[in-house]
Design a protein around this ligand. Structure first.
Ligand SMILES: Cc1cc2nc3c(=O)[nH]c(=O)nc-3n(C[C@H](O)[C@H](O)[C@H](O)COP(=O)(O)OP(=O)(O)OC[C@H]3O[C@@H](n4cnc5c(N)ncnc54)[C@H](O)[C@@H]3O)c2cc1C
Length: 303
């Protein structure tokens, strides 16, 4: 099968990760439509290339080594029915369809200004709709899955279909979507809500997040999921006296122990060494095995 146009080669992945680390990827594609995306996936599968899905890279680390596969980024994926300034379309008066590549922050702002409630508590989470639904993003006030009605996916046979949200096993920072590639998501929204109230609520939450997380720095996002009970991962790391620890250019954030920040040309290997140190120290001090939230692309997971 001929390689579809627009697939770039030997692309540096650093620029696409929020943390700014990682090596080269053999192939890189950013399709603008679902049809283009299916073509690229068919080609990659026909050539047995490993595929790594990428949204905004806010919860992903790329290996420092060469990745001999295809990175498929969704940020240009948008419904052809929409104008450039539109982020969603109505399915009915209380349900909307959103392309996987739309940024969550932009969607929240659009919904708030149109008085559509439901996602306002997710303000301040960097990422695309695809990445956020795949990882069931959320904050203290709930998770994105609470508003998901259905997910449009490309399955392992390259078939495009809507799957009801009930068919996935949602839990804390987990969707069960696994190997399916998310193209769009249908959300439940509450019309006729007060735009000013929604905007204020999002603004306050975002301001709070920015005061307790290293939002302006290059970071990994949360490294570990919080344990089901007891102190959160950040608190455990703080209690273990690990805040401020560094390996190479990577440092455990002084602001929030569950974030690693890139102080100066950090590599993914630096982050992984810190992650292992945290895991060992927390286990030896508390008997708790922390569960990783951040995804190491192309090694632990492929499609
Ligand atoms: C400063 C900061 C603050 C953060 N705060 C929060 C927070 O409060 N709550 C929270 O939940 N998270 C938080 N995160 C983590 C991150 O914002 C979320 O996980 C976000 O949803 C990631 O979206 P993304 O598009 O960047 O996904 P990526 O990091 O690009 O990808 C994440 C995973 O999703 C998969 N994926 C991406 N797109 C698709 C697709 N279309 N189909 C199938 N799989 C796909 C990827 O393969 C990867 O496994 C924070 C991160 C940072 C840097």
């Amino acid at each position: 099968m001929k390689r579809p146009e627009g697939i770039k080669t030997d692309i540096e992945m650093k620029q696409y990760s929020w943390f700014r680390s990682g090596g080269l990827s053999r192939y890189f594609s950013r399709p603008k439509s679902i049809a283009e995306m299916i073509d690229v996936i068919r080609w990659a599968r026909s050539e047995s290339h490993e595929i790594s899905l990428l949204g905004l890279g806010a919860n992903m680390l790329f290996p420092d080594e060469y990745f001999d596969g295809l990175v498929l980024q969704t940020t240009k994926l948008k419904s052809t029915m929409l104008k450039s300034n539109e982020n969603f379309q109505f399915f009915n008066e209380s349900e909307i369809d959103v392309s996987a590549g739309v940024q969550l922050e932009r969607l929240v702002n659009s919904l708030n200004s149109q008085g559509l409630a439901g996602l306002e508590n997710l303000a301040g989470i960097p990422g695309t709709i695809g990445g956020s639904v795949w990882g069931n993003a959320g904050a203290g006030h709930g998770s994105i899955s609470e508003q998901v009605v259905a997910v449009q996916c490309i399955d392992s046979n390259c078939e495009l279909r809507w799957i009801s949200a009930d068919e996935f096993e949602w839990s804390y920072r987990y969707s069960g979507i696994g190997d399916h590639i998310i193209c769009a998501v249908r959300f439940r929204v509450e019309p006729n809500s007060d735009p000013v109230r929604l905007q204020e609520s999002s603004r306050d939450l975002k301001a709070y997040k920015e005061s307790v997380q290293p939002y302006e720095q290059k970071s990994t996002g949360c490294i570990f999921r919080n344990p089901e009970s007891g102190p959160g991962a950040g608190q455990l790391i703080d209690n273990a006296g690990l805040k401020g620890w560094t390996v190479g250019g990577a440092k455990i954030s002084e602001l929030h122990g569950n974030f690693i920040v890139n102080e100066s040309n950090a590599t993914t290997a630096d982050v992984l060494e810190l992650v292992h140190t945290i895991e060992e120290k927390i286990f030896s001090q508390t008997g708790i095995r922390l569960d990783r939230e951040v995804i190491l692309a192309c090694q632990e997971k492929s499609r």
